[in-house]
Design a protein around this ligand. Structure first.
Ligand code: CS2
Length: 531
C-alpha cells in the first residue's frame, strides 16, 4: 500500500515543451482570472531566508508575503528558499524562475470541486543546502537579510520531543558542532550563520519558527542558544540579547501535490507548472510582534499580530492537529485513504466531534471572542473538503514527534483535573496499534518516523510480553505498559496507571473489535456522544 503520493518527478517535467512552461516571460499566456505578481518583481530584493521549502511554506508564508507585496509593501521582502535535504523543489522551480502556482481548492454548494489559481512571485532564489551550505550561510549573513523563517517539521529541530531540550547526541548536531562551514541541521545553519553576521558587524535577525510545536519561538531560541553555547559563550549572549524569536500559530491544510494535481493545474493555468501547491482557502497566522529588524505588513494577507501567541497555539495544536492525528492512525488501519473519506464515516465524525467537545475543549485557555462550537464545526467542514484529497498516511508520519504536543499534553491536563480520557486514549492506542505496520485488510505499510527503529524494537518486546501473558485484557495491559514506557515520547505519563489503563482498554478494543468496533465502544463510553 502506498501511503502518500509520490513526489513529483522533475525528470518527467522535461517532457513538457520548454515554451509551455510557467515563466515570467509567459505571464501574458496565463488563463484569465489567474492572479499574478502585480509588483515590480525585477526590483524585489531578498529580505527573508526560509529554511524548509516544502509545500506548506509555499502555501502559507509565501502566499501571505505575496499579498503584502501586492498591497504595495516595500520591495525588500523577497524570499530565498532553502531545501535542507533534496534538490527536487529547486529542480522544479528554477526553470520557472521561482514562479509557482497556488491552487486554493474547495467545493461549491453542490459539492463540486473548484479552485482559484494564483501565480506567486516572491520566491526569488532556491538553494539546496547539502549541495552548497556556504551559499546558505552567506544568505543568512547577508546585509539585506532581516528574517530567517523555518518550516522544517517537528523532527527538524533535533530535540527531545518530550523535554524540548536540544539532543546533543543527534547525529546532525554532533556533525554540525564540528562543521562551521558545512552544517546540515536548521539549528546548525542558524548558529553558524549568526556567528558570521556577528563577525561581520551586521545587525541581528528575527528567527521565525512556523512549525507545529508549542511555543515554537521559545523552543527555537532554547535550541539555538544551547548549540551556540557549545561553540562560543559570546555568540550565545549576542543571539540571546539581539535576535528575536517570535512564537506563531500557523494553520492551513496543504496536502502533497500529485501528478494528477499537476495535470489539472496545467489545464486551468494555460502553462505547465512542475510543482504547484494546493491548499484550502482557510488561513490563520497569529504571530508575536517581536521583530528585530522590521517586517512586512503581513496583516493584509491574513496574519494577526499579537502580544502572546500561546493560547492560539494551544487551541490549534490540540484541536486541528490533535484531531488530525487521532483520525489519521485509525483511518490508515481502516483503509480510509483521505481525510474527507474518513470524516464521511459517521462513527469517526461523531468520535472526532465528541473528542473535541468533551475532552479537548475543556483544557483550552480562554480566547475572548472565540466561538468554540463554531470553530469545531468549521474544522470538521475543513476536513470534509472533497477537493483536497489530503492523505491520512501523510498526517500519520512522524508520530513520535507529534504525540506530545498534539495529544499527550491534553491527556496530562485532563488527568491533573481528574477528568476521563476515554477518547484521547483511543487516539493514543490508535498510534501504537498503527505502528504494527499492517492494516485491517492485511496490507503492509512502512512506518515513516525518525524513531522507527526504537519503536520497532519496543513493539517486538511488547508483542512478546503480550504473548507471554496469554489472551485477553491482561495481554493488552502488558503490551501497552511496554509501549507507553518510551520516555522520549511519553515522559513520565507511562508511569501513570490511569493513563496506561485507559490506553490498554482502547488497545484491547482495537485488537478485538477493529477500528469501527473500537469507535463504537469508545463513543458508548464517552459522556454526551451517544447517537
Ligand atoms: C497535519 C498538519 O500533517 C500533519 O501532521 O496535521 O500538517 C496540518 O494539516 C496543518 O498543521 C494544518 O494547519
Amino acid at each position: 500500500m502506498e501511503l502518500v503520493a509520490r513526489q513529483p518527478d522533475p525528470a518527467q517535467q522535461g517532457a513538457v515543451r520548454p515554451d509551455a512552461r510557467l515563466h515570467p516571460s509567459r505571464l501574458a499566456r496565463l488563463a484569465p482570472g489567474v492572479a499574478r505578481p502585480a509588483y515590480d518583481r525585477a526590483a524585489l530584493r531578498t529580505g527573508i531566508v526560509h529554511l524548509g521549502l516544502g509545500a506548506f511554506a509555499r502555501g502559507h508564508l509565501a502566499a501571505v508575503n505575496e499579498a503584502a507585496l501586492h498591497a504595495g509593501g516595500e520591495l525588500a521582502w523577497g524570499l530565498c528558499g532553502v531545501s535542507l535535504r533534496q534538490a527536487d523543489t529547486r529542480d522544479a522551480l528554477t526553470p520557472q524562475d521561482g514562479l509557482y502556482t497556488l491552487a486554493l481548492r474547495s467545493a461549491d454548494a453542490q459539492g463540486q470541486p473548484r479552485q482559484q489559481l494564483a501565480v506567486i512571485g516572491c520566491l526569488l532564489e532556491t538553494l539546496v543546502a547539502p549541495e552548497d551550505p556556504q551559499a546558505v550561510l552567506a544568505r543568512i549573513a547577508a546585509a539585506d537579510t532581516r528574517i530567517v523563517s523555518l518550516t522544517v517539521t517537528e523532527k527538524g529541530y533535533c530535540h527531545d520531543p518530550a523535554s524540548g531540550a536540544l539532543n546533543l547526541h543527534h547525529p546532525d548536531i554532533v556533525h554540525d558542532l564540528g562543521q562551521p562551514a558545512a552544517p546540515r541541521s536548521a539549528v546548525g545553519f542558524l548558529a553558524w550563520g549568526l556567528q558570521r553576521r556577528r563577525a561581520a558587524g551586521l545587525g541581528p535577525l528575527t528567527l521565525l519558527s512556523l512549525d507545529n510545536l508549542p511555543a515554537n519561538g521559545r523552543l527555537l531560541r532554547r535550541l539555538v542558544l544551547a548549540f551556540a553555547a557549545q561553540v562560543d559563550a559570546g555568540l550565545a549572549d549576542w543571539i540571546g540579547q539581539a535576535c528575536t524569536f517570535p512564537c506563531s500559530m500557523v494553520d492551513r491544510i496543504v496536502p502533497r501535490t500529485t501528478d494528477e494535481d499537476r495535470g489539472a493545474v496545467a489545464q486551468a493555468l494555460g502553462l505547465a507548472d512542475a510543482w504547484p501547491v494546493l491548499a484550502e482557502p482557510y488561513l490563520e497566522w497569529v504571530v508575536e510582534d517581536e521583530f528585530a529588524a522590521g517586517r512586512p505588513d503581513w496583516s493584509v494577507g491574513g496574519a494577526r499580530f499579537a502580544a502572546d501567541a500561546a493560547p492560539f497555539e494551544t487551541l490549534k495544536l490540540r484541536m486541528v492537529n490533535g484531531a488530525h492525528s487521532a483520525l489519521a492512525y485509525l483511518s490508515v488501519m481502516a483503509g480510509w485513504a483521505t481525510v474527507d473519506q474518513a470524516v464521511a464515516q459517521p462513527t469517526l465524525r461523531r468520535y472526532l466531534a465528541g473528542l473535541m467537545r468533551a475532552e479537548i475543549a475543556p483544557t483550552l485557555p480562554a480566547l475572548p471572542g472565540l466561538d468554540l462550537a463554531h470553530y469545531q464545526e468549521r474544522l470538521l467542514q475543513r476536513y470534509a473538503n472533497p477537493a483536497l484529497k489530503h492523505q491520512t498516511g501523510q498526517i500519520a508520519m512522524d508520530g513520535s514527534q507529534k504525540m506530545p504536543q498534539r495529544l499527550l499534553a491534553t491527556v496530562r491536563d485532563r488527568l491533573a483535573a481528574d477528568q476521563p480520557i476515554t477518547g484521547l486514549a483511543l487516539a493514543v492506542a490508535g498510534w501504537l496499534h498503527f505502528l504494527r505496520g499492517v492494516d485491517q485488510a492485511g496490507r503492509r505499510y512502512p512506518i515513516d518516523d525518525p524513531l522507527a527503529g526504537v519503536l520497532a524494537a519496543r513493539l517486538d518486546r511488547a508483542e512478546q510480553a503480550a504473548r507471554e501473558t496469554g489472551p485477553g485484557p491482561a495481554a493488552a495491559s502488558a503490551w501497552t505498559a511496554r509501549m507507553t514506557g518510551l520516555a522520549a515520547v511519553f515522559g513520565d505519563l507511562g508511569e501513570d496507571a490511569r493513563f496506561v489503563r485507559a490506553v490498554a482498554q482502547a488497545a484491547q478494543s482495537l485488537r478485538t473489535l477493529g477500528v469501527a468496533g473500537a469507535l463504537e465502544a469508545t463513543l458508548a463510553a464517552m459522556p454526551g456522544t451517544q447517537a
